[in-house]
Design a protein around this ligand. Sequence first.
Ligand SMILES: *Cc1c(COP(=O)(O)O)cnc(C)c1O
Length: 404
Amino acid sequence: MLDDMLDYIERIRERPVWQPIPDSVRDQFRAALPSEPTELAQVHDEFMRLILPYATGNTHPGFMGWVHGGGNPAGMLAEMLAAGLNANLGGRDHMPLEVERQILHWAREIFGFPENATGLFVTGTSMANLLGVLVARTAALGLGVRYRGVVSAPKPLVAYTSAAAHGCIAQAMEISGMGAASLRAIRTNDRHELDLDAFARTIAEDRRAGLRPFLLAIAFDFHKWGQVPYDAGFILVRNGAWHQLTFASAAAYLRRETRGLAAGSPWPCDFGPDLSRGFRALKTWFTIKVHGARQIGAVISQTCALAQYLKARIEATPSLELLAPVALNIVCFRYRSDESDRVNAAIVADLQESGIAAPSVTTINGRLAIRAAIVNHRTEERDIDALIEAVIRLGDARCQPDAA
Ligand SMILES: *Cc1c(COP(=O)(O)O)cnc(C)c1O
């Protein structure tokens, strides 16, 4: 299995980025519950034939859809070690918890947060934002909100985020009972950044109207630009006291001691809703140790430089049009056509099915755009060239079939 996965990563370029799943393959996963054992080697063989070839493709350097991380071999091997230990990181006194605390210290250092900042691994940024909304609610309304609920708020609470923010923030407002209507979408400037003047004005207006501002969303994770294999989201809370007050509860079976296995309080289960939790910290620790912060930072810079290269190639190609400024690692563009939305959506589907590259689509100012998010440390200029050449060829084939 190790050889297969190392070969897979080493030869990833020889594979299509993604390929459609044949019905015959999908059908094999509608089988009845196996009551009898199957040889491990046979199950592994099914994995190699039926699962591995039909993955999303985000380890491939040509994958540029949505925002997916590329993973890395050190993180992959750490996952095997973590599964071997089968550690449960809900609490108690064992070394895996110190590994998670080590990552918290590093996260504080990365973001310049104070000593009393607390943190926790969660599935992803969506979950981190949900916990963030709950912590901000406790900080605004006090511990009593856990018993009385948000209906007890003396003034309605109001939260803020960019109009271009991820949908998980509105969802966090829904799930937390705050309600999505209490989230203000602050407009963005022509660089698609939060408009700080509009933001300040909106807060002032809300205060005058008797509302209580309580949250401005931030988000981060290790599993995208940090190159740690999925999943490795993280919440970092500046004032750890509110974090602990939001989640810690007393339960007889979770009694704390000063010695023995029940020592080491507070435990991660005091900082989030999960009790049983896996060892996400280990793959993150391996990735950061093996590569070092400087190398991970260099990957982030390199993906931004590749985005500038893609921008330059688009601007040098008359049949293509850039649709948004390129500030970081994301490039939105389109193939020029009279039926632009239809043609570009078709080009993206063609591209994904070709296996050459996998961008996604988005809408910019009402126009459908091809969106390339360059996140993977394996992506190089030749992958950008392959994307550009394929977009032109597929666009020409659709719009100028005679010339092509
Ligand atoms: C990816 C992303 C999310 C959602 O995070 P998940 O880890 O996929 O749950 C939220 N906000 C931003 C800015 C993101 O890039």
